[in-house]
Design a protein around this ligand. Structure first.
Ligand code: SAM
Length: 347
């Protein structure tokens, strides 16, 4: 079998930036990711992957199903085949197993909201040059969401898809005891983590604190899960909000990277002061390591652009947690590594 086809059969997507001959072609590094990203996002926006979720379709039937022209869908679908997102069954097009798994409602997690978010994020990235020049975003990401509320909703939907992926890891690793009743979910956004834990542990009641822009759909999601009496929403800034004490469990999931080191130090100290003995703080984040790998380096650049913040090394978390009075600290690196790490800290 030709090596590229064999790789795809093994579920490994081709590196489309590599020239097919031996000569170097540096513009492929710029042109091909742009086209790859544009094609996958367009397919998500058109509902092309979802249209193929029930099985292979001819070009004409696929174009018809997504209300697009066969002249347009043909070149898009052919390119997606070369990228390892679609495959040909005779003359029909079909999702690859990976596409079916990650970009359709029948799959394990549907990351289509991530495609819709990236469509919005892409034009914003045009300002990266200015942010690098000045060293900080002109205004934080969250302010743009107040001005354009659909951005907050799209971002929360993207985070919800990620939460579906992360949820089983959290349930596996977070030890909730029978006496643990009060959960505080800081930056809880879509609410899915609180919902999942309240469903698993009937004694739990949760409070979700997040900025108003992130909570537009959360009340409805909680109602649909029949948990409105057990999960309370607080629209506010976690840096100011007084959440009281007597807590058993605090989630700080993908939130530390949106704050400065000093803000994190202060928040973790306040969490430490309000947790009951034996209570757990659960942090999810990407831990900066030297040298940074490509994913972490890309994420750090994204954070510079979005919030002017960064990812932190594990030793920083240990220092903040130690100063906040946490004794037992455990680090769990998730698989795959791009899913980030959990830090469990006990009072
Ligand atoms: C990357 S998202 C993570 C969402 C969720 N915890 C999860 O793991 O899927 C970060 C969340 O923190 C919220 N956030 C950021 N700064 C905040 C602040 N100062 N107060 C409250 N929420 C904040 C954002 O609105 C967003 O919902």
């Amino acid at each position: 079998m030709h090596s590229e086809r064999k790789m795809m059969a093994d579920g490994v997507k081709p590196d489309v930036c590599q020239p097919s001959g031996s000569a170097e072609l540096p513009m492929l590094d710029v042109y091909m990711p742009m086209m790859k990203s544009a094609a996958i996002i367009s397919a998500g926006r058109l509902g092309l992957f979802e249209a193929l979720a029930g099985g292979p379709l001819s070009l004409a039937a696929l174009a018809d199903a997504i209300d697009a022209s066969a002249q347009g869908v043909g070149p898009l679908a052919d390119f997606l085949v070369t990228l390892g997102y679609l495959e040909k069954h005779g003359t029909d097009f079909a999702n690859t197993p990976s596409t079916q798994r990650w970009f359709t409602r029948t799959g394990k997690v549907d990351y289509t909201p991530g495609l819709l978010w990236t469509q919005e994020a892409w034009p914003m990235m045009g300002a990266l040059t200015d942010v690098v020049r000045s060293g900080a975003p002109e205004r934080p990401f969250w302010e743009a969401m107040v001005e354009k509320p659909h951005l907050g909703q799209l971002f929360a939907s993207y985070m919800a898809a990620f939460a579906c992926d992360l949820g089983p890891d959290l349930l596996t690793h977070v030890p909730v005891a029978r006496e643990h009743c009060r959960l505080l979910d800081l930056g809880g956004s879509h609410g899915l983590h609180s919902i999942r834990f309240c469903q698993r542990y009937p004694q739990l009641e949760a409070v979700i604190v997040d900025l108003p822009s992130a909570l537009s759909e959360t009340g409805t999601t909680i109602e649909e899960a029949h948990l409105s009496t057990r999960i309370q929403l607080v629209a506010g800034d976690l840096l100011d909000y007084d959440w009281g004490d007597n807590l058993d469990l605090v989630f700080y999931l993908s939130v530390a990277h949106n704050h400065t080191a000093e803000e994190n130090r202060r928040v973790l100290k306040r969490i430490g002061d309000s947790l009951n003995p034996g209570g757990w703080l659960v942090i999810h984040d990407y831990l900066a390591e030297e040298p940074l790998n490509a994913f972490h380096a890309a994420f750090r650049l994204t954070l510079l652009f979005e919030t002017g913040t960064q990812i932190y090394p594990y030793k920083d978390y240990c220092a903040w947690l130690g100063a906040a009075g946490f004794g037992e600290i455990t680090r769990i690196d998730l698989n795959p590594h791009e899913k980030g790490s959990l830090i469990l800290a006990r009072r």
